[in-house]
Write a protein that binds this ligand. Structure first.
Ligand SMILES: Nc1ncnc2c1ncn2[C@@H]1O[C@H](COP(=O)(O)OP(=O)(O)OP(=O)(O)O)[C@@H](O)[C@H]1O
Ligand SMILES: [Mg+2]
Length: 446
């Protein structure tokens, strides 16, 4: 990716008060350089955007307005932007603080999945910064691990900084770019919310979706949706079943699983209502985990890909490919908004290509054998559990009506568990175990 005719020619050049010193890295939208303020020798980072991304001065101005607004928030978790300008060749650049540390993407690559508590700590900070931006009407739109730096200061504890606020704005309004240049402009759309895939307006909950994907990835070491091409990946965001974090990693509290699932709801209105709500829920989970660490053993009998399921998936991939190609569903990023199709049953994480997202294809997976040592899925048992969940939801409503404080996470967790009752991959025993845990946590009598 070239920011100008030849990015290396920028080294040694003077951009306003700054001299470009060295190249630090590059992404889909431009190249990052280390620079120096000539008068006081302050080291900075300079992001030179691809010239073709800024075809009009209006766009550059909008970008700078947003940089100004984000800066005005003054949140420690958001990178400071000092200056901005445009190269004579037309490429805009931003001058920001030079951060010492590692991006979350680099950290994931180097260390693999993070311990749950560590992931929660990072996400709590990220959600706090996001909430501050949302409060002044700014949506990030491109939240992903490479846009989060984990800063490790010489003194004091590490903390996170969000980068690239607002840089993805154009993508939401120029759907053609999404499709034709997605690979180069915005990297992989692993973190894109369904509404972004459909080129609909971004809302704060769009960032919460991306945060949910990130949280899933930080803990499990893999993104919830993976596919071999852009179209399949977008289709999975739009209508693929959300995989369960617990099916992927054993030692995850059920309420965390439920929270991640709710963050990844297909419809923004069904996600948590604010970043602050998610942050507070994460804080509550973290505090409970610190007090009583979650049982460490992986879930028995729920291998990521049991033999029968593997066969079903292999069949599904073949049948699914054919069905998908025949499917009349319009291209995900079509300019006409597409009504959200009903979500399909939740499925465990499967290897790409995960095109197991048509009802016809999911059906054979019902044959998934129950884990050894548990009873087969019993419809009656599920009906009883469903009734119990409904009763608890009603109790919570009554408590709220009486003006009692109700933990919003209780409702979210129960609703997500309710959704799992229809999931053939979750056994009745597991549902019962999760429900008992929620009843205990939220003091609901069985
Ligand atoms: N202010 C900064 N200080 C130090 N390093 C930075 C800074 N900003 C970015 N980087 C580094 O440069 C890398 C590339 O960032 P860049 O934003 O160009 O790419 P990206 O996030 O992968 O893609 P995109 O262009 O879509 O944002 C980051 O992952 C990070 O390691
Ligand atoms: Mg970036």
């Amino acid at each position: 990716m070239k920011a100008t005719g030849d990015p290396d020619l920028l080294i040694g050049r003077e951009l306003g008060d700054y001299t470009v010193l060295a190249r630090l890295g590059e992404g889909g939208m431009g190249v990052i350089y280390e620079g120096e303020q000539r008068l006081i020798h302050k080291k900075v980072a300079i992001k030179v955007l691809n010239a073709e991304l800024s075809q009009s001065m209006d766009e550059v101005r909008r970008l700078l307005d947003e940089a100004r607004a984000v800066n005005a928030i003054g949140h420690r978790g958001i990178v400071d932007i000092f200056s901005a300008g445009t190269l004579p060749e037309g490429a805009p650049y931003l001058v920001m603080e030079l951060l010492a540390g590692q991006s979350l993407e680099a950290r994931l690559k180097a260390q693999g999945p993070l311990p749950v508590l560590e992931a929660l700590e990072l996400m709590i900070e990220i959600l706090d910064a996001l909430g501050a931006a949302h409060a002044v009407g700014i949506v990030h739109r491109d939240l992903k691990p490479s846009n989060v730096m984990v800063v490790t200061p010489a003194h004091g504890a590490a903390y996170t900084k969000l980068l690239d606020f607002g840089l993805a704005k154009r993508h939401a309004t120029r759907p053609d770019d999404n499709l034709t240049r997605a690979g180069s402009v915005m990297g992989t759309p692993t973190y894109m919310a369904p509404e972004q895939c459909r080129a609909e307006p971004c809302v704060p909950q769009t960032d919460l979706y991306a945060a949910g994907v990130m949280l899933f990835e930080l803990i499990s070491g893999r993104a919830p949706f993976q596919a071999e091409n852009l179209f399949d990946l977008m289709a999975l965001h739009v209508k693929g079943a959300r995989p369960s974090l617990r099916a992927s990693v054993g030692a995850v509290p059920p309420e965390l699983d439920a929270l991640v699932r709710s963050m990844m709801a297909k419809v923004p209105a069904e996600r948590p209502s604010s970043a602050a709500q998610v942050r507070d829920a994460l804080i509550a989970i973290r505090d409970r985990l610190r007090a009583a660490p979650v049982r460490p053993q992986p879930r028995p009998g729920r291998p990521a890909m049991p033999l029968l399921l593997a066969g079903a998936v292999a069949l599904a991939v073949v049948v699914g490919g054919v069905l998908w190609l025949r499917s009349p569903t319009p291209a995900p990023a079509a300019t006409t908004p597409v009504a959200s199709p009903p979500e399909l049953p939740e499925a465990p994480v499967v290897s790409p290509p995960a095109v197991v997202n048509t009802p016809e294809v999911v059906a054979p997976v019902v044959a998934h054998p129950p884990p050894a040592g548990t009873r087969p899925v019993a419809a009656n048992g599920r009906a009883e559990l469903l009734a119990r969940i409904e009763r608890h939801l009603q109790t919570l409503n009554e408590r709220a009506t009486r003006g009692e404080r109700v933990d919003p996470l209780a409702r979210t967790s129960l609703s997500a568990l309710k959704g799992q009752v229809a999931d053939p991959h979750v056994t009745t025993a597991e549902l019962r175990e999760d429900l008992r845990s929620l009843e205990k946590t939220y003091r609901l009598s069985p």
